[in-house]
Design a protein. Structure first.
Length: 332
């Protein structure tokens, strides 16, 4: 019930705060469309926006302008479709591919509804442009579920193709989508999936990453992201803040400690799961992969954002991965 209540609160937040007026980065796309850019202009679709190549996001903004009078309504609907897809995929696998007792399945379904639809991600629910962020993580969740439950799937060739394409599709919404591939490959190796699967996903990842980085330009050449590696303490604090911000209103001034303890527990659980590989369920491996992806996204975000200060980690658009991390770690 708590999951349903949270989802309803989030919908109410979107409705209450709705405005048809574009905001922030969305204006760049609207300006380009006004100058004649559209879905036939691959140069525009593939062009950089900061460190991202927002092909799908540009198409969705163009569609909202061309077919829905630019009122942002279609973008918010797509946001909730993305969130709904993510939650439905988790529920489906729990229901059809696990032998958990019914009460546990219902509890986990409610837990993930609580995390996926949580209003802490207020920017994603009130800023239409953030559909890009939501879709990237929806694609990631479906891909990791496909890897974790690969042995139980009927259409394995289709699943292989989907996992292979997931990183570049997600990266057409947010650059961090490329990180899906290393996590999926690690999970595939641990789950001892067929070598053919691993090679197809690896080959697709190499090709798509090469295409993504072809003529790639760092927005700030004087301070490229890798410079943040010289400040490991700052990166560590950033990651803790990234996850701890989810608890800011619940545990004032204790959020980083909470995040640190959860990461330590998660590391211990991963070691235990690797040692007891045969006793670890597919859903537990999915949770481990989901948490690992969220940690990787937090570290990658720190590389790009640390120059703006740790406070950047408090942005509420980051709460989708943060809450999914909490959901996975709570189950484990």
């Amino acid at each position: 019930m708590s999951g349903i209540a949270v989802a309803l609160i989030s919908v109410a937040l979107t409705i209450r705060c709705y405005t048809p007026c574009p905001f922030g980065d969305e204006w760049f796309f609207i300006d380009a469309v006004a100058r004649g850019s559209g879905p036939t202009s691959w140069q525009w679709l593939w062009s950089q926006h900061n460190e991202h190549r927002l092909v799908i996001t540009r198409l969705l903004v163009w569609l909202d302008l061309a077919a829905f009078h630019g009122k942002n309504v279609s973008l918010f609907i797509e946001t909730y479709l993305g969130l709904g897809l993510e939650w439905t995929a988790v529920c489906y696998m729990l229901e059809r591919s696990t032998s958990f007792p019914v009460p546990l399945r219902r509890t986990l379904q409610g837990l993930f509804a609580f995390c996926v639809f949580h209003p802490n991600q207020s920017e994603n629910l009130t800023w239409a442009f953030q559909v890009s962020f939501v879709l990237a993580f929806a694609i990631a969740t479906v891909a990791l579920l496909s890897v974790a439950f690969f042995a139980q799937l009927r259409w394995r060739r289709f699943a292989t193709l989907g996992v292979a394409l997931a990183p570049i599709l997600a990266a057409m919404n947010v650059a961090g989508g490329l990180l899906i591939a290393p996590v999926a490959l690690g999970l595939a190796i641990v789950r001892r999936l067929p070598l053919r699967f691993v090679m197809i996903v690896l080959s697709a990842f190499v090709l798509s990453t090469g295409a993504y980085l072809w003529h790639f330009k760092f927005p700030d050449r004087a301070n490229p992201p890798l410079h943040a590696l010289a400040d490991p303490r700052g990166m560590f604090v950033y990651v803790l803040t990234y996850f701890g911000a989810s608890w800011t209103k619940l545990l004032p001034h204790k959020e980083r400690i909470t995040a640190l303890l959860s990461i330590i527990c998660f590391a211990a659980l991963v070691v235990r799961s690797v040692r007891r590989n045969k006793q670890t369920t597919a859903f537990e491996w999915f949770c481990i992969a989901e948490c690992s992806l969220m940690l990787a996204v937090a570290a990658a975000t720190a590389l790009g954002r640390l120059k703006f200060g740790v406070g950047q980690a408090y942005a509420s658009r980051y709460q989708t991965p943060a809450m999914l991390y909490w959901g996975g770690s709570v189950h484990l």
